[in-house]
Design a protein around this ligand. Structure first.
Ligand code: KG4
Ligand code: ZN
Length: 344
């Protein structure tokens, strides 16, 4: 059989995204974002996101089919994000995907958004690296994972105990009156600053923390330290604050990722999720991994933030691994755990 043609739908947050892949080849990746409708609120408003998904769904699917130069009847399977995410937003994608699967009489794979973030890497690298350590850093999640098989076995080693890394970027950007989402704005501003100008705290890195919870993260102390600095140092240099804050996050993410590689004896690291688009994280990760002989993979920046290609990619990997499809009637799960890769 030729490689399966899979259409993936992603609506967990503010992007209505549709991707089409044939096996591990990306054919289309179309994104309609409602980010500008949320910007003035400084965060995603669930009701606005759900309504925007409803409006954007049909045209986004149509555009993806045009880009991929295929028609609906050619599609072999549908994949959709079942969670985690905003439940009202997820339901629009899930309802659309179930309707398509029923109408086309094709299997549906209800997949995990977090696993999908990691699986997008399989579109750009033709060799599998399993087992691998995965650092997943997005707006809603920050965790360290061990991936033994992307379609069936993901184990959580640790996670943030308060804010997600992307959330910390967004909150500090708001305090600094930068645009939303904050990650790209801080990334840009930091390029003009010094990463060593201010020594901001690295959460959960005391020797006791390394003993008791080596793979957990905490960013709330850093957030408070930056806010206090901004209050107490009236003539602060904005770019230095951005660069030093970013450095504290990058440093601790990589310290813990490389510790997980060392401890597990796994010499491969994948970094995924929206924060993996950060230019400093990418550069420091490349340098540190090279130094200790760890193979590093980070998807292209456009594939790090939410997209439909990642969902289609995981769907195609499920088909290739002969995993059973999901029942057509399934619930979106706003807090789907990362170990549940697809609903069965
Ligand atoms: O994975 P994603 O698109 O959505 C979620 O699943 O949450 O991640 C969005 C997060 C936001 O917090 C955004 O500020 C952050 O990723 N982000 C970045 C960059 N681009 C996006 N953070 C740091 N640097 C970036 N260049
Ligand atoms: Zn995401």
């Amino acid at each position: 059989m030729s490689q399966p043609l899979v259409l993936g739908i992603e609506t967990s947050c503010d992007e209505t995204a549709v991707g089409i892949v044939r096996g591990r080849t990306l054919l289309a990746n179309v994104i309609a974002s409602s980010v500008e409708e949320h910007a003035r609120f400084g965060g995603v408003v669930p009701e606005i996101a759900s309504r925007a998904h409803l409006e954007a769904m049909q045209p986004t699917i149509a555009n993806a089919l045009v880009d991929a130069k295929v028609s609906l009847k050619d599609i072999d399977a549908i994949a959709v994000t079942a969670g985690p995410g905003l439940v009202g937003a997820l339901l629009v994608g899930v309802g659309s995907a179930a309707g398509l699967a029923l109408g086309l009489d094709k299997p549906i794979y209800a997949v995990n958004h977090l696993a999908a973030h990691i699986s997008v890497d399989y579109l750009t690298h033709d060799k599998d690296l399993e087992p691998t350590i995965a650092l997943l850093v997005s707006g809603g999640h920050s965790s360290l994972l061990q991936v033994d098989d992307i379609t069936s076995s993901i184990t959580k080693l640790g996670q943030t105990i308060d804010d997600a890394a992307g959330e910390a970027f967004d909150k500090i950007a708001r305090v600094m009156k930068l645009s939303f989402p904050g990650g790209p704005a801080i990334d840009l501003l930091a390029k003009d600053g010094s990463a060593s100008a201010i020594d901001f705290p690295r959460g959960l890195t005391t020797s006791n923390d390394w003993q008791t919870r080596p793979y957990d993260f905490s960013f709330s102390g850093l957030k408070t330290a930056v806010a206090r600095y901004l209050e107490n140092v009236p003539d602060y240099v904005r770019a230095d604050v951005a660069a030093s804050f970013q450095e504290a996050i990058v440093d601790v993410l990589l310290l813990k990722s490389l510790a997980a590689c060392k401890e597990s004896g796994i010499d491969s690291l994948v970094i995924a999720g929206g924060v993996a688009a950060n230019s400093r994280l990418r550069a420091v990760a490349a340098a540190r991994c090279e130094k200790v002989g760890i193979r590093l993979r980070i998807p292209a920046p456009a594939l790090c933030t939410d997209n439909g290609a990642m969902v289609a990619s995981l769907g195609a990997l499920m088909v290739a691994a002969h995993r059973p499809p999901s029942p057509v009637a399934f619930d979106a799960d706003s807090s789907l755990p990362v170990g549940v890769i697809s609903l069965s």
